[in-house]
Design a protein around this ligand. Structure first.
Ligand SMILES: [Zn+2]
Length: 156
């Protein structure tokens, strides 16, 4: 497995002190931010917490419609934008578009090059490694995300 460290992009600042770890936390977080919790906004959050995957807006729309939820395309897009801008959900920029996930605090990804699946992992680097990078670059590391590139494990 190869890995490369990536600088965290313009991630919306997470205003809550503790990370969002459940659908309930996400709903509470919205309320703390003064975000309106419409039926549609709840649908989107519920789906992301059920799926625990990284999905495109189109996939999210399709799945909600399969579940018989009354929500339009535009509403799905607008809610995803609002939720990711506020740091309630994750937005991953891919060359072929944006993907949304339920974990919003900094975390790492295992990207499978064969299946295109992205798995969330929380990785903590040893303190020495962080210090080494800080010494090499002269900056203070505040947080980090690692992109692991992986291949599908051959089935025995
Ligand atoms: Zn993720």
């Amino acid at each position: 497995m190869i890995f490369e460290e990536q600088a965290v992009g313009m991630q919306a600042e997470i205003s809550g002190k503790k990370p969002i770890r459940s659908l309930e936390d996400a709903l509470d977080h919205c309320q703390c931010l003064g975000m309106r919790l419409s039926k549609q906004r709840r649908f989107v959050l519920e789906l992301l917490w059920q799926a625990q995957e990284h999905l495109s807006a189109r996939e999210i729309y399709n799945r909600l419609n399969q579940q018989g939820k009354d929500i339009g395309h535009t509403s799905v897009y607008q809610n995803l934008e609002a939720l990711s801008a506020q740091g309630v959900i994750e937005c991953v920029e891919r060359s072929d578009g944006r993907l949304y996930g339920n974990i919003s605090d900094p975390h790492s990804h295992v990207n499978c090059l064969d299946t295109h699946q992205i798995l969330d992992v929380h990785v903590e680097l040893p303190e020495e490694v962080i210090q080494q990078i800080e010494q090499q670059t002269g900056v203070k590391i505040s947080h980090y995300t690692i992109d692991f590139l992986a291949i599908d494990r051959p089935k025995p």
